[in-house]
Unconditional design. Structure first.
Length: 261
């Protein structure tokens, strides 16, 4: 009985530590204070502090002079080691670059990470007003942003339901988005074959995205293009989605020939 309790307790500690690691990863550029991590994770302050110190000791996090937590060097090393087995960025890079250059706007590659979308790569075009809705390494709830919405809409209904349930309390932080509104956006995305979303990730910005299907027929990720909403009118949305469709079709064919990613 004691062994069973210890296993459960250990698993819970791992789950909580990973949750803190994800929160810091999402805000790694500026770092996160202990008080903010306590509020975001809903952990007791002593528990959060203990887990953070363990993560710092392991090298997965470090704490700067201003007491903010950032990802540590070991997290970087783990990422480099994993990249050899998940070469998504390298495979997609030429297609993403062409999309950015042809549209003139910012193009983003995102993949799924649990109930989040995770930005793997970003390319910028020549249009003078640059839109950086997310940075490489940024994560946000699936459905927020053009790529995340396209990715979420391509998943099976039961997976979508699980993700919406997991993200219910987080969506309101993104321009007042909620499950009902996101459900409507998913329906529209499926009907037209590509996503269009405005103002939720950043006010005044519109994103258009399409999902990437790999050589096994699975949803591998998504590519989106974002620009100021004034530029991204209905005519331009259609043009952008055509460019996305063409390049992603080439990418999917290449993945199929290689047997997947």
């Amino acid at each position: 009985m004691k062994t069973s309790v210890a296993i459960v307790s250990g698993a819970q500690s791992v789950e909580r530590a990973l949750a803190l690691l994800k929160l810091v990863s999402d805000r790694n550029r500026d770092g996160v204070r202990l008080a903010d991590l306590v509020a975001l994770s809903r952990l007791q302050k002593p528990t959060a502090h203990r887990l953070l110190q363990q993560l710092v000791a392991s090298g997965l996090m470090n704490q700067s002079a201003d007491k903010r937590y950032h990802l540590g060097q070991f997290a970087y090393e783990v990422g480099l080691a994993a990249s050899h087995h998940f070469p998504v960025r390298d495979i997609c890079e030429p297609y993403l670059e062409r999309i950015a250059q042809e549209t003139g706007d910012s193009a983003f590659l995102v993949v799924r990470s649990g109930s989040d979308s995770f930005c793997v790569d970003r390319k910028t075009g020549s249009y003078p007003i640059k839109v950086f809705t997310v940075e490489v390494g940024h994560r946000q709830p699936l459905g927020v942003g053009g790529g995340g919405l396209a990715l979420l809409s391509a998943l099976a209904d039961d997976e979508v339901d699980k993700i919406l349930l997991a993200n219910t309390d987080r969506l309101s932080s993104y321009g007042g988005l909620n499950v009902k509104a996101l459900g409507k956006l998913i329906k529209e995305t499926r009907e037209r074959g590509y996503s269009v979303i405005s103002d939720y990730a950043i006010q005044g910005v519109t994103g258009v995205g399409r999902a990437i299907i790999d050589g096994r027929g699975s949803v591998m990720g998504a590519i989106s293009v974002s620009s100021v909403s004034q530029r991204m009118d209905a005519e331009r949305q259609h043009l952008v989605q055509q460019i996305l469709k063409r390049e992603i079709s080439k990418l999917s064919a290449a993945l199929a020939r290689s047997g997947g990613a």
